[in-house]
Design a protein around this ligand. Sequence first.
Ligand code: C2E
Ligand code: MG
Ligand code: MG
Ligand code: MG
Length: 287
Amino acid sequence: NAKSMGGNTVSYYSSDLDKRIKDKMRLEQKLRVALDKRLLEVYIQPIYDAATREMIKGEALVRWMDPEEGFISPEVFVSLAEESGLIYDLGSLVLEKVCAYLHEHEGKLHLLGMRTIAVNLSARQFFASQLVTYIEATFKQYQIDPKQIEFELTESMVMDDVDQAIDIMRAIRNLGCSLSIDDFGTGYSSLSYLKQFPINTLKIDRSFIKDIPEDKNDVEIAYTIIAMAHNLGLTVVAEGVETKEQWQLLRDKNCDYLQGYYFARPMPMSDVLMLDNVINLLGDGSR
Ligand code: C2E
Ligand code: MG
Ligand code: MG
Ligand code: MG
């Protein structure tokens, strides 16, 4: 135990901490270089209409493949970027790649039914004073109809400063973009705020989806979120749908849209262009 190890304990722990700090700084430096060289990629995960199985939109998800480390999860490097301020470069890389893609493939994407691509915003990006001006300028540069972009926010970032957040949300909506609340149910937003938010969509967090239909509490939670969203005039997306049972249950509970490995994984942008507009699921029991 710690006591019997005496003085060594301190040096053990401090060198361990040292290593973690060094690893983090090394990763941050690599991320800086990767962003400078624009080596990060944007994948897209299609989102489908639960009832008709038609593709209706997509979510842009950033990907970073480091030659030495391999694929690094966005859970790791997005928060690192947020802490270090690199998130602005990361965010603009993602928005610019999405806009360039929409500009180049608008016709094909329209045929596929993918009329909107959702882009995640982190807290620092969202509260940055130049955000709305930057978004508008980027749309002009790529000649993008703002209707083609949706921004995903999380409850917790919005709750950091509700009044300012509502102002920014209004400004984004005024551009013509839509807004969704991502990972819904995991934050601490109060329902009295929710009704004031100028949003279009709630995305039910995967943690409530992954154990249905077995977990009856989660079934009830998902059902309640769907009903509440509809009562507020919002559409609902379920995230992380991995099974046929989940799809059918959510469809029967009138969940509008579904996203998850059961339908499609996030994929390179060029792969999206080769998909069918209606997903063909064997023995799907559709009506
Ligand atoms: P998110 O916005 O909630 O994105 C959904 C995550 O769920 C993605 O993870 C996606 O790959 C994963 N997912 C989708 N369907 C399934 C499924 O059926 N099963 C399972 N197990 N997972 C599924 P990913 O790509 O690793 O991204 C993780 C998080 O990183 C995102 O969560 C988002 O918060 C953040 N992120 C990703 N790209 C960006 C970005 O461009 N900007 C910012 N600010 N954050 C990003
Ligand atoms: Mg998201
Ligand atoms: Mg999510
Ligand atoms: Mg998430």
